[in-house]
Design a protein around this ligand. Structure first.
Ligand SMILES: CC(C)(COP(=O)(O)OP(=O)(O)OC[C@H]1O[C@@H](n2cnc3c(N)ncnc32)[C@H](O)[C@@H]1OP(=O)(O)O)[C@@H](O)C(=O)NCCC(=O)NCCS
Length: 176
């Protein structure tokens, strides 16, 4: 049976000015024989290609480093919108090795919702920190992570900037 993690609830705000931002339910689903081709087909903008490995490479990494690495597909409602690769190597940390939102779905707040979904996974496992590293110059990702609560640790992972987010206990609304 497929396991999924539902985070929050869908909200559709219709106002007298017309539809407002649609805040879909974000789910993290395992990468399986049913969705892996679609996950491989997800892509970032051309100018973002230096910021993240392809999902094909990430799925290969996950196979090599299984079971510590876990590839997960990000769904907004029924729509496949992104991908993440998580690494569980330390008891208290959940390390985000890869994180991407498909170019066609970017700019809709899904990056933030995806991070919130990952944070919920970490909290559910009793973990207290999210960690990641990013390529210098990746201003959008840096801005997203900083706004979410990540801080630079001052360390480097190769050329990459290491960031960490200490998780507060779960709030009533898990949408972040
Ligand atoms: C980083 C990434 C995941 C963000 O995804 P997203 O769904 O577009 O993010 P959101 O819509 O939640 O936006 C997050 C913030 O970035 C800002 N942002 C999004 N796209 C932007 C752009 N092209 N230029 C400037 N700011 C941008 C948004 O305004 C938002 O800021 P706000 O909350 O203050 O409004 C996505 O750009 C991506 O997949 N990039 C390529 C892969 C990558 O770099 N991954 C990270 C590796 S460490």
């Amino acid at each position: 049976m497929k396991k999924s993690l539902d985070v929050g609830f869908p909200v559709f705000r219709e106002t007298c000015y017309g539809p407002r931002r649609y805040l879909p339910r974000m789910r993290l689903e395992p990468v399986t024989e049913d969705n892996y081709r679609a996950v491989v087909d997800l892509e970032v903008h051309e100018e973002q290609r230096g910021f993240v490995a392809t999902n094909l490479k990430s799925i290969a990494d996950a196979w090599v480093y299984r079971p510590k690495m876990q590839p997960l597909a990000l769904y907004a409602g029924d729509e496949l919108v992104g991908f993440t690769l998580l690494h569980r190597d330390q008891p208290h940390d959940l390390h985000i090795v890869r994180f991407m939102i498909d170019r066609r779905a970017q700019g809709r707040g899904l990056g933030r919702k995806g991070l919130a979904a990952i944070a919920e996974v970490a909290r559910g496992e009793g973990r207290t920190r999210l960690t990641l590293s990013l390529v210098p110059g990746n201003a959008v990702a840096h801005g997203l992570y900083a706004a979410f609560g990540f801080k630079e640790t001052g360390e480097k992972d190769g050329d990459e900037i290491v960031m960490r987010h200490d998780l507060a206990p779960a709030r009533h609304s898990p949408q972040g």
